[in-house]
Write a protein that binds this ligand. Structure first.
Ligand code: ADQ
Length: 489
């Protein structure tokens, strides 16, 4: 295999994630159309020049028939993707159940589901069994495609059982695992009925990575307190075997955002937005509509700000763009109606016949429209109740070199550790504090905005997604070499 510059790739990288970075639509019995979805992980790995990356994951569609599976496998191969076929029942129990109903809320400090305890225990057991089964199905596909010397990089809370399945089959496989969400305090993790099994399985990996040092520390504490293993400066040790645990903060492809701002269509969007909101300061929220993003809290803080600052009422507008996710889940439906209800009330209270203080959109924006919005924003509001990193805050900073707007950032987002010195950090639960920070941001002097922006811009442009991926994979290679040296001594 060769790179674009003609030199051979150093190594093959098998990236295993729950979802493949494509959306697949069936056009006929044996024909599919595929579209690459450019998420953070995809851009990060496209930028890794030294490795030839292949993706293994679920395509997000149920394909019960063999003809359909064969055709999809063939179509995906052209995009260097390899599918794992999961049936509807497994998806329901593993993905909707164990991943999204149990691990996601727990890892974001929202606790375990509170329904009738017996029913929960029963469904918990069947969902955990499905989780293990699904992870084994991912492992089977990895094993089928693995070649000696490959690096296998497993992603996220969906695949915590995967490192063990892989190592059981082949102890020589180089396996890394990275968590994109927070890893909670060990006191939270210990409430999980399958706490030990999951920790042990993750520890089968050679390298375990998190966005921040705090998450890594919580993980090591969980292993020492729950499993009784030894925590060392390098990671976790049990009976002479060390699993390296470290922080690898993700970044974005900042150049892609900066370049996009020069495109005529983005300039056109910027001009339209400036005209549309002329005479008003623009505040922006961009989130997936998820309880962890703290959208109701953000809107209530904005209401408090308007209440306390009549001067600003017709001089500021909040644009909240929320992409609906998991729309079939009742809790998410409730969140959507709650947000609509609050926005309606505030617009009724502070709006006029010609202008409203909040524009709320329940949909995704295309990349160019998103860049234009970031560029015209005066104050970005990221108020996640918990967030592994939060890439929106990075994207906003990348698009602000002309305007030098202010970032208000939750102290519970991983990004607070990297952008904390430039942003105004807030506790999103404290609505009074967030309202005061809005006032501080809108009244900030140009010199201070410039200083804060330079700090953040430097960070975002020098800690990129490509660098993140390269560092993780090189560290994984080094870890395996060091472990071999240790055992041969
Ligand atoms: P997410 O929870 O999805 O990711 P985030 O890091 O903010 O959160 O990334 C969201 C991405 O979706 C951004 O690239 C953003 O541009 C895009 N997006 C959001 N709303 C959009 C909209 N309305 N229209 C268009 N695009 C939109 C998880 C973790 C995070 C962690 C990432 C990466 O929850 O904490 O930072 O993985 O590890």
């Amino acid at each position: 295999c060769e790179r674009q510059d003609g030199r051979p790739f150093r190594q093959r990288l098998l990236v295993v994630a729950n979802r493949l970075p494509v959306s697949a639509v069936r056009r006929g019995e044996d024909s599919w159309s595929l579209e690459i979805s450019a998420g953070g992980l995809v851009t990060a790995l496209l930028g890794v020049k030294e490795f030839e990356a292949r993706w293994i994951g679920w395509a997000g569609v149920n394909v019960p028939d063999e003809i359909g599976q064969k055709a999809l496998t063939k179509a995906l191969a052209e995009k260097r993707c390899i599918p794992v076929f999961l049936d509807e029942e497994i998806v329901h129990q593993y993905y909707n159940g164990y991943c999204n109903n149990i691990l996601w809320p727990l890892f974001h400090y929202l606790g375990l589901p509170q329904e009738d305890r017996l029913a929960t225990t029963r469904s918990f057991q069947s969902q955990f069994a499905a989780y293990k089964k699904a992870n084994q199905m991912f492992a089977d596909v990895v094993n089928m495609h693995y070649e000696e010397g490959d690096v296998v990089w497993c992603h996220d809370y969906h695949l915590m059982y995967l490192p063990e399945c892989l190592k059981k089959h082949n102890t020589n496989m180089k396996v890394g695992w990275f968590l994109h969400t927070p890893f909670p305090s060990s006191e939270i993790h210990r409430t999980l009925p399958s706490r030990s099994e999951l920790l042990r399985s993750v520890l089968a990996a050679d390298l375990v990575g998190f966005h921040t040092y705090d998450y890594a520390r919580h993980f090591v504490s969980a292993c020492t307190r729950i499993l009784g293993f030894e925590g060392t400066p390098e990671g976790v040790e049990d009976q002479g075997r060390l699993t390296r645990v470290a922080a690898f903060p993700i970044g974005i492809d900042s150049e892609r955002f900066i370049r996009a701002l020069e495109l005529p269509q983005v300039q056109e969007h910027i001009k339209d937005l400036k005209e549309r909101f002329s005479g008003r300061k623009v505040m922006l929220g961009v989130d997936r509509l998820d309880m962890i993003k703290g959208i109701p809290q953000k809107i209530l803080a904005f209401e408090k700000f308007l209440e306390e600052n009549p001067y600003w009422r017709d001089k500021v507008v909040l644009l909240q763009i929320a992409v609906p996710t998991r729309t079939d889940v009742p809790e998410y439906q409730k969140l959507t109606s709650q947000v609509h209800e609050i926005v309606g009330r505030i617009n009724g209270r502070f709006g006029s016949l010609t202008a409203v203080p909040i524009h709320h959109l329940d949909r995704s924006l295309d990349f160019h429209a998103l860049c234009a919005l970031y560029a015209v924003t005066d104050v970005a509001l990221v108020t996640s109740l918990r967030d592994g990193m939060n890439l929106v805050s990075y994207e906003f900073v990348a698009c602000q070199d002309a305007k030098k707007g202010v970032l208000i950032l939750s102290e519970f987002a991983g990004a607070a550790q990297s952008l904390g010195a430039g942003a105004i950090l807030v506790n999103p639960w404290n609505i009074t504090e967030v309202a005061a920070s809005i006032s501080q941001a809108l009244n900030m002097s140009a010199e201070e905005r410039e200083k804060r922006h330079q700090h953040n811009f430097h960070h975002v442009t020098s800690h990129t997604a490509q660098e993140w991926a390269e560092t993780f994979v090189s560290e994984l290679n080094d870890t395996v070499v060091e472990a071999k040296l240790r055992t041969s001594k």
